[in-house]
Each structure stands twice: as structure tokens, then as C-alpha cells.
Ligand binder design. Structure first.
Ligand code: UDP
Length: 343
């Protein structure tokens, strides 16, 4: 029988790509989202890619009764929890809003999962490693005290999951993402930042599109080969496939421990300048950029040791950074065409 996966925040950037990969791997997917941080572009794109309409539930995961009713309505084998606020700066200004939403929603997911015997996959982040003493980081590398309420919610949710698994005999996996970038090869789904993008790649594509005048590269005096920060940019489709492997591992009872953590990255450090140069080269264009002051709170360099995921999940990143940057630009061009048609 087909297994069903609930994807909270399934209309967002990562959730929509995960929905596509799960569906194509043979899972039934229920998308749930309160659309607080996105419109229906990605939901429509998912349905267009798959050629059918997927079940969609408009619910707020902070509403415990609604979450419980959702778990009663469907037989859910596993839940992947993405529904959360994600802007670091905003979390510093509005910590209560972040704690209430990101912790409250996950507690409701845990409670319903406990009551229904549902496996839980939590979307964590490399932010839990802070400024690592040594890169690449393994899952054993120490977590550092969070520097923002957003980062703190990632650490706290990991701990909630660990403790619930231990106490209630549940199964859970936390995936720690490095820097997810790019868009689906169809260019029908992708990242849709509201307002001025905080992240590098949407800022690059919007600058190339003329929506932003100039990209500021934050700092070129870091102790790295070219002076700019080093990150592990992971293709969104590759990242989405890691979720299929993790969900399958839980559903097929192949876990070594009831709570497991995996890094999801490429293992390759890429500097900001290298990324900008690669974007220009693969898309054959010139980007307007300048060097600017360091951004407060940025870590100098972090990249994954992804070998545990390769060994245990049978997953590894396969797309090149060039392919990924081409997909990011194709998505931005798709958005421009859409905007013209909507006029
Ligand atoms: N960055 C930049 N200009 C921007 C946005 C980001 O130079 O407009 C740099 C940032 O300083 C960091 C890297 O790009 O070194 C990745 O930043 P992003 O916000 O995408 O992800 P982070 O690793 O901070 O979570």
C-alpha cells in the first residue's frame, strides 16, 4: 500500500521541492500550509510538474485542534515539518513571534505524531554549528550557542524531537541543511523571497534581472583564499531527495537509532566570489556587484562532511554548482515572464 507523508509548509521553497520528489518516488503527499509567507505559485507549480492536483490543507500548525483533526482525517505515516518563520534578523527583533510560532507548531506536530504513531522528520540547519572550530563539520561537531532566536528554535526543536523519541518510543530524523539554492529543472517552482532577499542567490538572480541595482558582497577581508566567506551550497533538488531517503529509512524501519541526525550538504566549500563568478559564466552575463562591509553575525566558513548521509541514507549530492546556478536563473526568468503575462 502507498504510504502517506504530510508536508507542513509544503507550499514554500523547500517544501514544494520535497513534495515533488516524494510524489515521484511513489508516496502520497498531503500539503499543509497557512500561506503566511508565500502565495500559491509553488503549489500550482507542483501540480503542474506532477500533472495532478495534490491534497492541500490550509491550516496553522499553532492551532493544536486543527493539527489533531488533520492527523485524524488522513492516515499519515510520516510528517516532514517545514512550517516556520525563517528570517534571522526578524527573529532578533521579534523573538516572541518566533518562539511562539516555530516552537508551538512543532510541539503540536510532535503531540499528534505521538498519538498516531507517525514518524517525524525535522528540517534543521547548519546554523546549529555556529562558527565551527574546524570544517568540514560532522554530525558529532559541537553545537554552538545560537546567535539568534531563529537559530535557537532550530536547536530547541532538535531537542524536542530527541526527547519525545526517547520518552514515547517514536522515530525521528533531523536533517541539517547547509545552503539550499537553485530551483526545480522545470523552472515551475523555486524560491520566492518577500521584499529584499536576505540570501545570496535570490539577491544575485534579482540583480541580474534588474530588480536590484547591485549585489553587495559582505566582506572580502576574511581569512579565506579570496577573502570572502565559504559556504556549502546544496542544490534544492538534491536536498529534496535526501528527504525521500530519510522518510523511507524511517518507514522501512531501517534506522540504527530511533533518533538520527544527518548533514545535508555537498562537502565542497565555495566562496561568495566563486559563486558569483560561476553564476556569470554559466549564464553568460555580467553581474553588478561591489565589496561591502562584513555582515554582522556571518560565520567565516562552514561546510559539511556529508559522509554519514551517504553511508546510511544512500544519498549524495550530484548536481554541479553550475547546473544549480543555471536553474536559479531559469526560475528568475520564469518569474519575469509570468509578471509580463500578468500585466
Ligand atoms: N551574502 C552576500 N551578499 C548578500 C547576501 C549574502 O555577500 O546580499 C553572503 C553572506 O555574507 C554569506 C553568504 O553570502 O557569506 C551566504 O549568505 P546567505 O544569507 O545566503 O546564507 P547564510 O550562510 O548566511 O545562512
Amino acid at each position: 500500500m502507498k504510504k502517506t507523508v504530510l508536508v507542513s509548509g509544503g507550499a514554500g521553497f523547500i517544501g514544494s521541492h520535497v513534495t515533488v520528489e516524494l510524489s515521484q518516488a511513489g508516496y502520497d503527499v498531503v500539503i499543509a500550509d497557512n500561506m503566511s509567507n508565500c502565495d500559491d505559485t509553488n503549489y500550482k507549480g507542483v501540480c503542474a510538474i506532477l500533472g495532478r492536483k495534490l491534497p492541500f490543507e490550509n491550516i496553522d500548525f499553532c492551532d493544536a485542534a486543527a493539527v489533531s483533526a488533520l492527523f485524524d482525517k488522513y492516515t499519515i505515516d510520516a510528517v516532514i515539518h517545514f512550517a516556520a518563520y525563517k528570517a534571522v534578523g526578524e527573529s532578533v527583533a521579534e523573538p516572541l513571534m518566533y518562539y511562539k510560532n516555530n516552537l508551538g507548531s512543532f510541539l503540536n506536530v510532535l503531540e499528534a505524531s505521538k498519538n498516531h504513531g507517525t514518524h517525524v522528520l525535522f528540517s534543521s540547519s547548519a546554523t546549529v554549528y555556529g562558527e565551527p572550530e574546524k570544517a568540514p563539520v560532522t554530525e558529532e561537531s559541537p553545537r554552538q550557542p545560537a546567535t539568534s532566536p531563529y537559530g535557537n528554535t532550530k536547536q530547541m526543536c532538535e531537542d524536542f524531537l530527541r526527547d519525545c523519541v526517547k520518552a514515547y518510543g517514536m522515530h525521528g530524523i533531523a536533517l541539517r541543511y547547509f545552503n539550499p539554492i537553485g530551483a526545480h529543472p522545470s523552472a515551475l517552482i523555486g524560491e520566492l523571497p518577500r521584499g529584499v532577499p536576505n540570501n545570496l542567490v535570490p539577491f544575485i538572480t534579482q540583480t541580474a534581472a534588474g530588480k536590484r541595482e547591485c549585489l553587495s558582497i559582505f566582506g572580502n577581508d576574511y581569512p579565506t583564499p579570496d577573502g570572502t566567506c565559504l559556504r556549502d551550497y546544496i542544490d534544492i533538488t538534491d536536498l529534496a531527495k535526501a528527504h525521500v531517503c530519510a522518510v523511507t529509512r524511517m518507514i522501512e524501519n531501517r534506522m540504527d537509532e530511533p533518533y538520527e541526525i544527518f548533514n545535508v550538504g555537498t562537502g565542497r566549500p565555495v566562496s561568495v566570489l566563486e559563486l558569483v563568478n560561476a553564476f556569470e559564466k554559466v549564464n553568460n552575463l555580467k553581474l553588478n556587484y561591489r565589496f561591502a562591509a562584513r555582515r554582522p553575525g556571518d560565520v567565516v566558513g562552514i561546510w559539511a562532511d556529508p559522509s554519514l548521509a551517504e553511508r546510511k541514507l544512500g544519498w549524495k549530492a550530484v548536481r554541479t554548482v553550475e547546473e544549480t546556478l543555471a536553474s536559479a536563473w531559469a526560475w528568475e526568468k520564469h518569474l519575469m515572464e509570468q509578471a509580463l503575462q500578468d500585466k
